[in-house]
Ligand binder design. Structure first.
Ligand SMILES: Nc1ncnc2c1ncn2[C@@H]1O[C@H](COP(=O)(O)OP(=O)(O)O)[C@@H](O)[C@H]1O
Ligand SMILES: N[C@@H](CC(=O)OP(=O)(O)O)C(=O)O
Length: 431
């Protein structure tokens, strides 16, 4: 049965990490195996900055950024292949030249389209290097272009998958020859062949798309943490790892801010009952966490998600009218247009409170638009804490010494909005 692995930017950030990846994969001789790979390290951020430079007037900045991207990838190739680097160097050089050419061709097009034609190069570069390295260390490898497999609409930067066509193409692959398949996460293409992206951090989702279409046995996402915890172990000093958790519960955690898994990843797997394992690429012997169908242990321990850099908007009609459905509809529609997600929505008779990511490029146009028609009060510098399966004592302890600026609670979930300045750098789950 086919397996799908996914490796993120941290696991291939430099030559040493790619060597380590080769050693890790040598422990998994079973085939078919499809390996989905993100861009190296922070390359996607670097490509976003390159795009901004390309669309601005600063040619020198653009040239310097392109050169830095080229230099970083070539240095990795050199460190990996040494005297036999020639052919891979040529392929990397060709990709960087193509990226440069496309910039000039697309600079006048709308930004989301230009974004996708640029940013897809992060994954094209990384998979070119990693695929060649796996071949070099004796793993017969075939490089697949995800843009020929994952067919999407043309909603650039956040494209939706055409599941029917994607399934036809993916099922058309013949994976039976014993070779490892390496392909890119995060990217796809329209039926006409324009590159698209699935939303930042979307490589987990690609692994799920391919697994769904291939009816794979299991998906493993290899992370820099041993598994899925009941809170980000980098932010909570006593977080505990889940051995097993249901799809439904994991979807809630990811949706509310457990960034270890892209929220879109789980539903396509749940539909085909394909388990997802979260494992550490650093400690191969650690068993990881399994997300599967049964809900036996959901709610055994509470879980905590933090969303920082939040802004609270309190929106009131100007004419003493109620905040009725028509006005809520109007306001939430403007959120959709702005591309913003509200982590917490709370309505009163004459007020709608929204907690939003303080993403300046998206938030500022929204605030301007709302201020034209409503009275808007704004508070920045906030942290949204979401707790799954809390009890009253726990919530009391978490709120102690902190002003609650907004809250929401239902049978399974409580959310509190705090001033970030009143929150600790490292949290401790009250015992
Ligand atoms: N509930 C959680 N359990 C484990 N890790 C979490 C959780 N919430 C957030 N994280 C963070 O997710 C990070 C791994 O995800 P990410 O960096 O996006 O992976 P990648 O980019 O390699 O796919 C960890 O370093 C950890 O800080
Ligand atoms: N490279 C893309 C897609 C991705 O998923 O990356 P990672 O797996 O490293 O989070 C991004 O940074 O958004």
């Amino acid at each position: 049965m086919t397996q799908v692995f996914k490796f993120g930017g941290a696991s291939i950030k430099d030559a040493a990490a790619i060597r380590h990846l080769g050693r890790l994969l040598a422990h998994f001789p079973e085939r078919p195996l499809v390996v989905v790979i993100s861009a190296m390290g922070k390359t996607t951020n670097a490509l976003e900055a390159l795009l901004a430079a390309a669309r601005g007037d600063d040619r020198d900045d653009y040239r310097a950024r392109l050169e830095s991207l080229r230099g970083d990838h070539l240095a990795t190739v050199e460190a990996l292949f040494g005297s036999t680097a020639g052919p891979v160097t040529q392929r990397v050089e060709a990709l960087v030249s193509e990226l440069d050419r496309r910039h000039r061709a697309h600079a006048e097009r709308e930004r989301p389209f230009h974004y996708d034609q640029t940013v897809c190069f992060g994954e094209l570069l990384s998979t070119t290097i990693v695929g060649a390295w796996l071949d070099e260390v004796g793993m017969a490898t075939e490089w697949l272009d995800a843009r020929e497999l994952v067919v999407t609409d043309d909603d650039h930067q956040s494209a939706s998958v055409d599941w029917k066509t994607t399934a036809e193409r993916v099922r058309g692959l013949d994976l039976a020859d014993g070779r490892l398949r390496v392909t890119q996460g995060f990217i796809g293409a329209t039926p006409e062949g324009a590159s698209t992206t699935l939303g930042r951090e979307g490589s987990d989702y690609t692994a799920a798309i391919l697994a769904h279409c291939l009816e794979a046995e299991v998906v493993t996402v290899w992370k820099d943490v041993p598994g899925l915890f009941n809170a980000d172990p980098r932010r909570f000093d006593n977080a505990v790892q889940f051995d097993r958790i249901s799809f439904s519960e994991a979807i809630e955690l990811a949706w509310h801010g457990a960034t270890v898994i892209h929220p879109k990843t789980l539903a396509p797997l749940q539909q085909k009952a394909i388990p997802l394992t979260v494992r550490s690429f650093l400690t191969l012997e650690a068993p990881g966490s399994t997300i599967a169908g049964d809900a036996l242990h959901d709610g055994d321990v509470p879980a905590f998600m933090l969303c920082e850099e939040q802004t609270l908007l309190e929106i009131r009609p100007r004419d003493f009218a109620f905040m009725d459905e028509a006005r809520q509809h109007d306001i939430l529609g403007r959120l959709v247009t702005a591309g913003l997600h509200a982590g917490l929505i709370d309505a009163g008779a004459m007020r709608l409170s929204l907690c939003l990511d303080s993403h300046p490029a998206r938030l500022e146009p929204l605030v301007t638009s709302l201020c034209a028609d409503y009275s808007v009060a704004r508070l920045d510098g906030l942290t949204l804490l979401t707790v799954r399966h809390p009890d009253d004592d726990l919530l009391r302890a978490l709120g102690e010494g902190r002003e609650v600026l907004a809250e929401r609670r239902n049978a399974t979930t409580a959310q509190y909005l705090f001033h970030t300045r009143e929150c600790p750098a490292t949290w401790h789950i009250p015992e």
